[in-house]
Each structure stands twice: as structure tokens, then as C-alpha cells.
Design a protein around this ligand. Structure first.
Ligand SMILES: Cc1cc2nc3c(=O)[nH]c(=O)nc-3n(C[C@H](O)[C@H](O)[C@H](O)COP(=O)(O)OP(=O)(O)OC[C@H]3O[C@@H](n4cnc5c(N)ncnc54)[C@H](O)[C@@H]3O)c2cc1C
Length: 319
């Protein structure tokens, strides 16, 4: 826990504050909202989806229940779709880094603000998935950016799926794109790679691969984008007094950590042992959200009952 010398802007409290927008965080957000709770979610990256979006959006996942052979990006899209009826406050590009007691609940600090809640659900996975630094300080290092820049020309370096995606999105917006990678291999779904080839053939994307990145002259471009992948960073959370066991936070079966009102789900939880699976993240998220619901509103039972006995209206009311 840390104290800031100048108090940052404080935001109104919510019942639940979730840290991390991967499968565990997204599903915890859904379940907490289903229980009628107010929910805020902080995600360090510019988009939701955790490892699925950052590390392998182009890979087919076979072991997610009821989603046979689905691209990781499509699993994320479905998780986000499940949140649509609800009024969930999602803060992207927001890194949680402090935790302090706040009355009966908790207050989480970010570099620019602080957020209080009756209960916190930690769903931070391996840590904040932050882009590897680019050699060129003036480059964009993640995709999507907060606002897609309108640039006549762009030079994109990298073979990660985000590089292919950036090339396609910019080319389709009318930017003259050069895509460069040291290997003659780009990652993306078959549809993205086929579109890349079509745009290359039509001269809308100039592909340099394999390219000797260190020696090749950088073509003059209005926008430079280096997409070198992501490294997980747990360091903002490690000072939190959670009884860490290496990179894991120990938890009871309910997901409760050593701190009353702070729960943990997904890869960060010790509960799954060495199993780092999306299916486990979902199960742990459901447990956390329902126990947290009872914690912040004791009149709510822990057990949620069956969603099939209810109806979610388009306005997010559960009747
Ligand atoms: C290449 C690869 C392939 C995989 N294939 C499969 C598979 O086929 N099947 C399967 O079941 N599992 C697979 N997995 C594992 C699966 O992706 C993880 O188990 C799952 O993503 C865990 O979800 P999570 O929500 O706990 O964590 P994550 O997905 O890691 O999400 C955590 C999120 O929290 C954010 N975050 C962290 N710290 C902070 C902070 N301080 N402030 C704000 N935000 C923060 C991160 O940026 C991240 O977005 C694979 C993993 C990899 C790397």
C-alpha cells in the first residue's frame, strides 16, 4: 500500500472494482452485474481481452466450453458482448498500482485517479501486459492507439498480430502503409492474412519481409509504429499485502484473499495450481463475484440461483 502526496481525483464508489480485463475480469464483471451490483473495471491495455487479445488473438482455442474451435479474438468479442446490456464502467489504459483501506471497502489508485469500492476482484493474470519498448522513442508501441491517427503514410515494424491489424486498419483508412518484419512471416487470422495479401497485390501495403531491421533504412513516414509484443508486469501489485506465493495470490475456495473484501480469480490465483486455463478463470470469476456480492450486500445470498430462471432486459435489468 502506498500513500500519494497529492490526493488524486477521486471517483464515486462502486460495489465492485475489478482489476484486469482478461477472461477472469470480464466474466467477473458479467456475474457481478447480473447480481445487480455496480461494477467498474480497470485495464492497463488499450483493449480488453487479456492474454487472448494481446498475445494470441489469431490462434484457435479448442477448450473453452461451448465455443469449439474459436479464435481467441472471437472469444473476447463474445465476452464483451455478454457485458453489453449492463452499465459497467470500463477504464482502459488504466494501471492499478495502489491499494488502501477505505472505510468498510478499498480504494485503488492509478497514476491519475483513485477508485473506491466495497470489494475488489483481482483478475490481473500474469500482470499488466505492457508493450515492449521500441527503439525509436517517437513510435507508437501498441495497437489500437487511443485515437487512430490520420496519417498519409505509416511505417509499421513487427510480426505480432497487432502489426497485421494496424496495417489493415490504416490501409483501409487510406494511409500508405509499409509493413516490415525481420522474418517473412506475419501473424493474423486467415481472413486478415488473406486481406493483407490482397492489399499488397493492389499496392496499398508495401511489405518488406524478411527485413534486416537493424540495418535497413527507415522509409520516411508520417507515423512510425513498432509493435514488438508484450511483457507482463506484476510489479505494481507486488507491494500489496496479499501473502504472495511467487507470482500467485493465495485464496480460499471463494476466491477471498488474506484481505477481507479482496478476491482473486484467474491466472493470478493460486487456486488453479499450475493450470492456467480460460475455463478455470471463468469458474473462479463466478465464485469471486458471487461471494463479493454477499460481502458488499449481505442481503444478497452467495448462491446466485439459475440465470435461466430470470431475464435480462435490453436495459440490463435482471427480472
Ligand atoms: C500463447 C498462449 C496460448 C494459450 N492458449 C490457451 C488455450 O488454448 N486454452 C486455455 O484455456 N488457455 C490458454 N492460455 C491461457 C489463458 O490465456 C489464460 O489462462 C487466461 O488468459 C487467464 O485469464 P486472466 O483473466 O486470469 O488473465 P489475463 O488474460 O492475463 O488478463 C489479465 C489482464 O489484467 C491486466 N492487468 C494486469 N495488471 C494490471 C494492473 N495493475 N492494472 C490494470 N490492469 C492490469 C492485464 O493487462 C491483462 O489484460 C494461453 C496462454 C497463452 C500465453
Amino acid at each position: 500500500m502506498q500513500m500519494t502526496s497529492t490526493p488524486p481525483p477521486q471517483h464515486g464508489p462502486t460495489d465492485i472494482l475489478i482489476i484486469g480485463g482478461g477472461p477472469a475480469g470480464l466474466y467477473a464483471a458479467f456475474y457481478a452485474a447480473l447480481r445487480g451490483l455496480s461494477v467498474r473495471l480497470l485495464e492497463a491495455r488499450p483493449e480488453l481481452g487479456g492474454q487472448l487479445a494481446a498475445l494470441y488473438p489469431d490462434r484457435v482455442v479448442y477448450d473453452v466450453p461451448a465455443a469449439p474451435a474459436a479464435y481467441a479474438a472471437d472469444i473476447v468479442a463474445q465476452l464483451v458482448r455478454q457485458l453489453e446490456p449492463f452499465d459497467i464502467d470500463i477504464r482502459l489504459n488504466t494501471l492499478a498500482h495502489t491499494l488502501e483501506a477505505d472505510g468498510a471497502g478499498w480504494r485503488v489508485g492509478t497514476p491519475g485517479a483513485s477508485y473506491s469500492a466495497g470489494a475488489v476482484i483481482l483478475a490481473a493474470g500474469m500482470g499488466a501486459l505492457l508493450p515492449r519498448l521500441a527503439s525509436n522513442a517517437h513510435s507508437l508501441t501498441d495497437w489500437p492507439p487511443s485515437a487512430v491517427p490520420a496519417a498519409p503514410s505509416a511505417w509499421i515494424q513487427g510480426g505480432v498480430p497487432q502489426a497485421t491489424r494496424a496495417a489493415l486498419e490504416l490501409a483501409e483508412a487510406g494511409t500508405r502503409v509499409t509493413l516490415s518484419h525481420r522474418r517473412a512471416l506475419f501473424r493474423g487470422t486467415p481472413a486478415q492474412l488473406s486481406r493483407l495479401e490482397t492489399l499488397r497485390q493492389h499496392g496499398q501495403i508495401d511489405v518488406h519481409a524478411p527485413a534486416a531491421a537493424d540495418f535497413a533504412p527507415v522509409p520516411p513516414a508520417d507515423l512510425n509504429i513498432h509493435l514488438n509484443g508484450y511483457l507482463p508486469d506484476l510489479s505494481p501489485l507486488l507491494p500489496w499485502p496479499l501473502g504472495w506465493q511467487g507470482e500467485y495470490v493465495p485464496a480460499e475456495g471463494s476466491g477471498l484473499t488474506e484481505l477481507l473484501g479482496v478476491y482473486v480469480a484467474g491466472d493470478l490465483s493460486s487456486a488453479g495450481g499450475a493450470f492456467k486455463l480460460i475455463a478455470l478463470a471463468f469458474a473462479q470469476a463466478a465464485l469471486c463475484a458471487n461471494h463479493a456480492a454477499h460481502h458488499v450486500r449481505p442481503e444478497l445470498r452467495v448462491k446466485p440461483g439459475h440465470s435461466s430462471d430470470r431475464r435480462i432486459t435490453p436495459k440490463g435489468e435482471v427480472v
